[in-house]
Design a protein around this ligand. Structure first.
Ligand code: NAP
Length: 238
């Protein structure tokens, strides 16, 4: 299977792993749609891609916005979702308002996107979700992240049965220097990066392109289905 003239929708595609995937997919001949909730970022991303790429607005926690997105795209061969709004916090103080939490932003948004978009997705196509290392290695304050990641991974496995033959897979990245960590003070970020590098067997942090290669390979491999693929450089024992 190749990506020539395939329609690829990347939700969260304006930055980070999503954008790297858009770039790789378009270099392989795909028609790429990137969708996100910041039109300025979308426009900036599109300006770095070829004229074969288009952007769309979507807010993944809003079902009407998701319906408008799928209404504006004729068909989708491969869908990759990287957007994940929402927060966590220590268990005692995390808010009960589910819409503010990672369960809603990470899991329920994927449920809504898949349910609303499913009739547009090709039968020989694929859907790829993202979780992360907290799925198997929680730290204090990640209760909602870990719970949401398990929900997403279970959701993907169950969908391979209910919606066969459409393929569903999950990428579980390790620590990726994708711009995601730019919210941190530079000195704190450097300290975290240096500390984290020592825990990774290949001796470096991941890059968005590492995840892009995996995402594109899932799209192109029609026998890859129901898998959780770890891309983390190998984690050294503590
Ligand atoms: N980087 C890591 O180390 C790492 C490790 C494991 C897992 N992950 C997960 O991997 C995924 C991709 O991360 P990344 O590193 O590529 O980060 P990223 O660049 O922040 O990608 C997420 C994208 O989703 C968009 N987005 C956020 N809320 C949205 C909403 N409500 N509607 C539509 N789009 C929305 C973001 O836009 P705005 O920036 O405008 O909000 C951003 O463009 C995330 O789910 C993250 O949790 C990351």
């Amino acid at each position: 299977m190749n990506l020539e003239n395939k329609n690829i929708l990347i939700i969260g595609g304006g930055t980070g792993m999503g954008f790297a995937t858009a770039k790789l997919a378009e270099s392989l001949g795909a028609k790429v749609f990137i969708a996100g909730h910041n039109n300025e970022k979308n426009a900036k991303a599109i300006s770095k891609l070829s004229s074969n790429a288009e952007s769309r607005y979507v807010d993944v926690v809003n079902s009407e916005s998701i319906s408008e997105l799928f209404g504006s795209i004729p068909s989708v061969d491969h869908l990759f979702i990287t957007a994940a709004p929402g927060g966590t916090g220590d268990f005692r103080n995390a808010p009960l308002e589910i819409k503010e939490t990672y369960i809603f932003g990470k899991f329920w948004s994927l449920y809504m996107i898949t349910k609303i978009g499913i009739e547009k997705i090709s039968k020989d196509g694929s859907v790829t979700f993202i979780t992360g290392g907290f799925a198997t290695k929680p730290t204090k304050g990640t209760v909602l992240v870990t719970a949401a990641f398990h929900a997403v991974e279970g959701f993907a496995k169950a969908l391979t049965v209910e919606l066969a033959p459409i393929r569903f897979n999950v990428i579980r990245p390790g620590f990726i220097d994708s711009g995601f960590w730019d919210f941190m003070e530079e000195s704190d970020r450097k300290e975290l990066f240096d500390k984290t590098k020592k825990t990774i067997a290949v001796g470096r942090l991941g890059e968005s392109e590492d995840i892009a290669q995996t995402a594109v390979s899932i799209m192109m491999n029609s026998f890859m289905n129901g898998q959780i693929i770890e891309v983390n450089g190998g984690i050294l024992p503590e």
